[in-house]
Ligand binder design. Sequence first.
Ligand SMILES: Nc1ncnc2c1ncn2[C@@H]1O[C@H](COP(=O)(O)OP(=O)(O)OP(=O)(O)O)[C@@H](O)[C@H]1O
Ligand SMILES: [Mg+2]
Length: 289
Amino acid sequence: MARWNVISESRRAAERRENTGPHQIAATTAGVKPETVVTPRCRDDGVHSITDKLLKVEVGCMSKDTKGESQAVSERQALSAHLEAVREGERKRIAMEIHDELGQLLTALRIEVSLLRQKLLPDSIAVQKAEEMRMLIETIMGVVRSVVNQLRPAALNFGIVPALEWLAEDFRHRAQIACCLHVVGPEPCLSEMHATGVFRIVQESLTNIARHSSASQVEIRLTKSDSEIDLVVRDNGQGFDMLVDRLGSYGFLGMAERARMMDAHLKIDSHLGSGSVIRLRIQDDPPRS
Ligand SMILES: Nc1ncnc2c1ncn2[C@@H]1O[C@H](COP(=O)(O)OP(=O)(O)OP(=O)(O)O)[C@@H](O)[C@H]1O
Ligand SMILES: [Mg+2]
């Protein structure tokens, strides 16, 4: 069970008044000790444009545990990172197998049906049936392509920008919501692990937008500056109340875990009626020679 606790507005207001102490948010997962997350006050991070009242969740880690407890936490985090790597590896392997094996068989079947069609009497019922079979095979090939891409888009092999372009296009098509991708600066140079992590975070953000937001516009902005990559996914939907406990919701927790594994900084901002913003900051990998 997952639970997000956010400090109340009144406490934030009190902190603002006193000009002391950070905004604090605790993220709690079953069996895991609550971690205190700190948002430095008054930091101009450019995300609070939706409204000044936006509540902010930052994902980070400040351990106050005893030695044994923090070792247990690091072991759990290492295990979670390992399981995630295994899962991504499996997805990649299954996607390749479906693409190569099933794809090849379907291509062969399509050729066979086309050859068969040529041998049949023109305008016969058999020719009509052969044509229907060919169209059916085309449909199955489309389904296979879609399954392969859902498992792991081939575009990821070409870098994060082609992968996000594919994701935005797929989202526009499936959700029927306007979605634009802006890439500012040079293309970020990310390792496969980081590119996959960024991709999965954007994918979950878009899934949430399609499921929960009723938005009409989505913007994905990827900015590369010096050694940092800044990714923002913003929607103009109904937003949500971050004070409400979301039992049985794992999307944000998954995002937070991925961000932690990449040593990245994840921030989720939303306010009822004012859309939502997901922001990820990550160190760019040094260019490979
Ligand atoms: N873009 C959004 N617009 C409006 N509400 C959102 C948005 N993103 C998330 N939410 C709200 O936050 C909740 C938590 O999201 P989260 O992704 O953690 O879980 P979920 O989508 O409900 O389930 P899942 O575990 O399948 O992801 C959602 O149930 C929804 O109420
Ligand atoms: Mg979700």
